[in-house]
Design a protein around this ligand. Sequence first.
Ligand SMILES: [Cu+2]
Length: 464
Amino acid sequence: MSELVNKSLLGTAGLLAAAAMLVSCQSSSAANDQGTAVRAQADQGVTSRVISELSCSEGSEALGQDMTSGANWSMCFSVDIKLGMVLENVTFTPPNAEPMEIIDSMSLSQLEVPYDDGGRSTSDITSAGFGGGNMHSLTEIECPGTLVSHGIPTIGDGSKYGEIESRPVLCSDTVDGGLSYRSAEVGQLLAKRKNDWQLSTVSKVGWYEYLNQVTFGADGSIRPALGATGDLSPVDYSDAEHGSAVGEGEEHHASSHSHNAVWKIHWALGGTGAQQVEQYDTKDTNESGEQSPIVEGNYTKINEPATAQWTDARWWKVSAPGMLNADGHVMSYEIDMGKTDGFSFIDDEKNHGADADTDYDVAFTNADDCHIYATYNRGTCGRGVLDFVKNQSGEKLQDVVSWVAVGYHHVPRDEEQSPMEVHWQGFTMVPRDLTAQRLDVPEERSELNGRPEDWQGQLPPEGN
Ligand SMILES: [Cu+2]
């Protein structure tokens, strides 16, 4: 498989993969000793320039990747004992533009796994943790790209006992991202493929193994995702009402369960405290024009910390009202929920009652260092997201953190023994008006921005 991927990248993407750079900010551990990590000298174009301006804290690694669009992604990578992979100072540089910090920090903030027979529920981030010994070393099989070593404590968080051991825990991989565009006009074909940059780690919690992955697109998109593999839990077998027969006949029913994940994204777009959040909805007016129903699209401002629920055609945008693109439009990122199985955390229902609005899909709060976990949070700021929202009620929402909840209800199948095929859940953040045109406008289309000036009312030819 890795060969296939690599072959498909022999074009531009393959060359750009060589430009991926990793610069260690670690002072103590010589992370080079695995021999697999790349430590390129900082003299390779955009990546080196952006990385040199990143101030990654001690114990974190500066990573960068030039993309097929000519844009660049750079950021600081570190591993938290509980949260696992943490990405900070996530910076995007469009072609021929200055670097823009998009995200201050991002990570998972909880993963709850409740079993449908009622017998067991775990909160894997706060109880087990994705870092430390639970974060496994990777090989070339899991990672056809570049293995990156990072200092991981051998005991606990390393503050009291044990030592820091440099292990290859991060996979940095550029893969073919499919077709970026195709447009055939007046006999001329414009088409281009794109690459994706994937950062991933693997954490083992019980019988499950989780792939914690963030994909950075050549188009400026950011796609966090959680993949689950390993094995079905041998502890959690029940009956036909609460599970599926996975062995011969009708004897062994592996219990259905949910993987309830919340990602925390602290935005940096436009600078700390400079953001605004809006929710987009469409409204069917029940009126029709000559050929189609008339649909109204509206933005509603979310002025104070709040929770929100997804519905068809609804999405949110985090914008920086002080920053305009060359078209004079406010720069923003859009949060799109993928297919998600909605959920309420058990801990939230216990503490806020079953009738409360506990099953949010996204929540927005102002950044607070005490807000770490979506549930089982400690400190005076609250036990979880619902408390954070409640305690900040009436505050102006401006230093925006989005808590994105994506659930996956898992009904076991015969095919999941054994090991289990990876199943994925995640969401997407897409730039909206970050730049005035696409990042890599082909020369032939450089003037096309708005309704074409030479358009004189022609309709597309029949059969087009
Ligand atoms: Cu599962």
